[in-house]
Write a protein that binds this ligand. Structure first.
Ligand SMILES: *Cc1c(COP(=O)(O)O)cnc(C)c1O
Length: 478
């Protein structure tokens, strides 16, 4: 009898790569446990990593499976800033749940093609189930609105701009901006996200189309200044197209006055986009959702699953109240793709991407495994850890420099206040020590500040105590 192993069947090289699956499941278990004791930052100069890889892999001779797995595992552990560490107080990159890792692995296994509904109905309907929950929570009508998963917030924000242009300027789609004449302009606060600058460049508006609206004393978009800027731009012949309200600014976690911005946009006939890339997940929490009041009046919303929903990158979501404008913006037909039917839209002709992986399975699995209340609990726990950090900082003589219900804590100390260099030195000291990760920022008023964002469901009060102790120490040896 021919005793060819089943593994590698149909694979001309018959590699023993199935053994790596056992390695994988072992590594998921051990890394999940061990990450809390690892250094968060690489121990050496990051450039060494590139030399190591070039030395180990020439791609000429095959590397045996066990050795290959071990090499990759070691490289990834040694040369990564471990955002899943409980004391990674960084920029919204979460710890990931085991079920979400399984969701991503299953996606890779079946490799469903999500361009066409009929080719991947299970994958798309699993995604749609998640999007429907969010649409309902955001207060969108499920019949007349539309939503899709994206690679992340940047793609969702670009989608919003393209749809707003298509909606507001009938000639934009066919003739481009040349056919429009006047320059469309876009307004966001000084704390708003820079992905809109790239979006303005890509969409052909030009970067000067971005108007930065000053923040008020509380670091939120100042609606009176917005009104003045829009009026002036109109008088100069510009076309004020869209206002972005940010729900959870990247540097300071601030939520712009969404209700007022929504009212303003309606009175001016402008598109209202809410960039809730990080903060939007709070909509799942009955306790925190009121912080997003006003989001229900948005024309479109960006919300990332890969930030506050504890799933691996990249998983963004784009929501739009105007189904027909989205279908108009991304419409396409070919001689080789199936024609759309009226009841099911095909993602290749209703979203930015063409061939697309299943992004939402990891989110679906997480929501199904924990229930909405379980996911809400994770979010509320992190908000509570943010509150605890504020309390501990103040008790130790630090002052908190922002005012937000979300767990982004900006803070300073009399000894470093006003000095960007000293502030950065403290952050660098904490990071180089390897047991916690924080950053330094410039606030909307130009002042320097330290920043710690609770972004991991693993973060416990002992981790907060550890951070505060390290901060005290870095101040003492200062
Ligand atoms: C992270 C973030 C973005 C960019 O999203 P990506 O998922 O990184 O593409 C945009 N806006 C805000 C407010 C963000 O926090």
């Amino acid at each position: 009898m021919n005793e060819a192993p089943i593994q590698g069947e149909g694979d001309p090289m018959r590699l023993d790569t199935f053994s790596m699956l056992e390695n994988l499941s072992e590594e998921v278990r051990s890394f999940y446990e061990e990450v809390k004791d690892l250094r968060i930052t690489p121990a050496g100069d990051a450039r060494t990593c590139s030399h190591l890889i070039r030395e180990q892999f020439d791609f000429e001779s095959p590397v045996p499976a066990a050795e290959l797995f071990e090499s990759v595992r070691t490289l990834m552990r040694d040369w990564t800033i471990h955002v899943t560490h409980p004391r990674s107080f960084g920029n919204f990159n979460p710890s990931v749940t085991v079920e979400s890792i399984v969701g991503d692995a299953l996606t890779a296994l079946y490799n469903p093609q999500l361009a066409v509904w009929a080719h991947a109905p299970a994958a798309l309907e699993l995604e749609n189930r998640v999007l429907d929950l969010f649409r309902a929570r955001f207060g969108f009508d499920v019949e007349s609105s539309i939503a899709n998963f994206t690679s992340g917030g940047a793609e969702a924000n670009l989608s919003a701009l393209v749809v707003a242009l298509t909606h507001g300027l009938p000639d934009y789609g066919e003739k481009g901006l040349v056919g429009v004449g006047e320059q469309p302009t876009l307004y966001l606060s000084t704390g708003g996200h820079e992905s809109f600058i790239k979006a303005a460049h890509i969409a052909g508006l030009g970067r000067t189309a971005i108007r930065r609206v000053p923040a008020d004393a509380n670091h939120q978009l100042d609606v009176a200044s917005l009104a003045t800027m829009v009026r002036e731009d109109r008088s100069k012949g510009k076309f004020p197209l869209m206002v972005v309200g940010t729900a959870g600014t990247t540097a300071m976690g601030m939520i712009d006055p969404l209700c007022e911005i929504g009212d303003f946009c309606r009175s001016e006939g402008m598109w209202f986009h809410v960039d809730a890339a990080w903060g939007g997940a709070a909509i799942l929490s009955d306790r925190l959702k009121s912080t997003l009041a006003g989001i229900e009046s948005a024309d479109s919303i960006t919300c990332d699953a890969h930030k506050w929903l504890s799933v691996p990158m990249g998983a963004g979501m784009f929501f739009c109240r105007h189904r027909s404008s989205v279908l108009q913006a991304f419409r396409i037909s070919t001689g080789y793709m199936p024609e759309a039917t009226s009841d099911r839209v095909d993602p290749y002709s209703s979203t930015m991407q063409w061939s697309r992986r299943c992004i939402g399975l990891k989110v679906f699995i997480s929501l199904a495994a924990r229930g909405r209340l379980g996911m809400a609990q994770i979010i509320e726990h992190q908000a509570a850890m943010g509150d605890y950090l504020r309390t501990r900082l103040v008790a130790n003589g630090w002052s908190v420099t922002n005012n937000t219900p979300l767990p982004v804590v900006c803070f300073t100390h009399n000894r470093i206040r006003n000095s960007a260099n000293e502030t950065k030195r403290i952050a660098d000291k904490i990071v180089s020590n390897g047991s916690a990760w924080i950053s330094n920022i410039e606030m909307t008023n130009g002042q320097p500040s330290l920043k710690a964002c609770v972004t991991s469901f693993r973060t416990q009060s002992s981790d907060i105590d550890h951070l505060v102790e390290s901060l005290q120490q870095s101040l003492r040896v200062h």
